[in-house]
Design a protein around this ligand. Structure first.
Ligand SMILES: [Zn+2]
Length: 173
């Protein structure tokens, strides 16, 4: 039986006690069926949540999240190492690389991270515009769409309230 195990500390607060760094444990079983178990554990209060996914049934997926109000910024995202992200309104495209790590974050967390990497992502003249628009977006003054494309199908999106996103599965080619 071959399987892989990986543990990561995430820059995400615990949803129960707000401890700032939860742990993500990822197990991938290769036989008899290929499936993945993700367990999020809070080292402070012991809160845990797990997700099980059958990797054989996964198809390339696209999530389109509509950010229409400030609370939509709290939409939770699990970005797998194969996920590409685009926010057309902000001119932002972040494709995955060999160094992309699995990460659980929110739309807001993603914007804050992009802001901190603005020098790497944009030229000087574009950067200023991006920062001004991102500032407005973070204050809920700018509606935008957050698009996540994942060829591995492992990513997921979880709205805090209601459903402000669409999911499209593509056929494997
Ligand atoms: Zn906790």
């Amino acid at each position: 039986m071959s399987s892989t195990y990986e543990a990561l500390v995430l820059d995400e607060p615990c949803t129960r006690c707000n401890f700032p760094k939860i742990e993500m444990r990822k197990l991938v079983y290769m036989s008899p069926n290929e499936f993945e178990v993700l367990v999020f554990v809070c080292p402070n209060c012991g809160y845990h949540q797990s997700y099980i996914a059958d990797l054989n049934s996964k198809k390339p997926v696209r999530y389109t999240i509509y950010i229409n109000q400030q609370s939509d910024l709290n939409t939770l995202i699990y970005r797998s190492p194969q996920a590409d992200i685009a926010i057309p309104e902000l001119g932002l495209e972040v494709d995955h690389t060999g160094f992309t790590q699995a990460k659980i974050t929110t739309v807001e967390g993603f914007l804050l991270e992009a802001k901190s990497q603005v020098d790497a992502l944009f030229t000087k003249s574009e950067a200023e515009k991006f920062l001004a628009m991102t500032e407005a977006a973070l204050k809920g003054r700018l509606k935008f769409t957050f698009i996540l494309d994942d060829e591995s199908g492992a990513s997921w999106v979880k709205a805090r309230t209601g459903t402000n996103y669409e999911v499209e599965y593509q056929q494997n080619t």
